[in-house]
Ligand binder design. Structure first.
Ligand code: IPE
Ligand code: IPE
Ligand code: MG
Length: 250
């Protein structure tokens, strides 16, 4: 079946989609090329998913671009990825602005090379007044890192006497996450068929619907996005309740 935009119910759209963009290395290997070739070809897929979400009127798209654990990859690959990030920002800024996309990041950005940090700040500033899709790049990010940071900040507030331990609730924790103010993703897409979450948005995906596709990330196109959203729209999100509670017979 070909999945098109027309199949999607505009009244049941997720507000926030998160994506674990995986499979670049395998895509390159299949072509007998170096891993970096896969990363370069991933840019087309990033453009497709961003445009696709923008056109549908999705509010937030979070892309897992580089994890805390990815720092352990060979230096040449890490350097290649950082260079690709800078080049892509420069190359895509015009299109982002044309499409009203507002750029944000989550992650330990201070770990990135200086020129990456500078280009990110520049791109965030250039797109700050845009009113369309908010594109959140997770860079040097992991869920455990984010929760640890939040705990440290909360502990400091308690120590300073500005917060009572008894007053800490789920909302307090959310307020200290890097995604504070952004609704939890209703849909998480992972490409390349891996059945794991790899330290991504651990708190935020507590009740997220998962869509795992064998498609390798460089092959991801709008059609794959539509397929994921359609799958999401066919699910019953029960949040612990029974189906009968959600669909009472009148
Ligand atoms: C995802 O593709 C990109 C990053 C993690 C930066 P991979 O590079 O993990 O590709 P595979 O999983 O080795 O195929
Ligand atoms: C997850 O992909 C991280 C990103 C997509 C940035 P990995 O390829 O690093 O995940 P694992 O190590 O196979 O779980
Ligand atoms: Mg991978």
């Amino acid at each position: 079946m070909a999945f098109t935009k027309e199949h999607i119910d505009p009244n049941k759209l997720p507000q926030h989609i998160a994506v674990i963009m995986d499979g670049n290395g395998r895509w390159a290997k299949k072509k007998g090329a170096l891993r970096i070739f896969g990363h370069r070809n991933a840019v087309d897929a990033v453009r497709e998913v961003t445009e696709g979400c923008g056109e549908l009127g999705i509010k937030y798209l979070t892309l897992y671009a580089f994890s805390t654990e990815n720092w352990s990859r060979p230096k040449a690959e890490v350097d290649g990825l950082m260079e690709l990030l800078v080049n892509t920002l420069k190359q895509e800024i015009k299109r982002l602005n044309e499409n009203g996309v507002k750029l944000k990041t989550i992650g330990d950005i201070t770990q990135l090379p200086k020129n990456c940090q500078e280009n990110l700040s520049w791109a965030i500033d250039k797109t700050k007044d845009n009113k369309g899709l908010t594109l959140i790049l997770a860079l040097s990010y992991s869920g455990r890192w984010e929760i640890t940071e939040a705990v440290r900040e909360i502990a400091n507030k308690v120590k300073a006497g500005n917060l009572q331990p008894d007053a800490i609730n789920e909302q307090t924790i959310e307020n200290y996450l890097k995604t504070s103010g952004i609704p939890d993703p209703e849909l998480l897409i992972r490409t390349s068929g891996e059945l794991r979450v790899s330290n991504f948005l651990l708190w935020q995906i507590a009740y997220t619907e998962l869509f795992i596709t064998p498609t390798l990330w460089p092959d991801f196109r709008k059609e794959t996005l539509y397929e994921a959203i359609l799958s999401y729209q066919q699910r019953e999100r029960r949040f612990g309740k029974t189906s009968e509670q959600l669909n009472p017979v009148s």
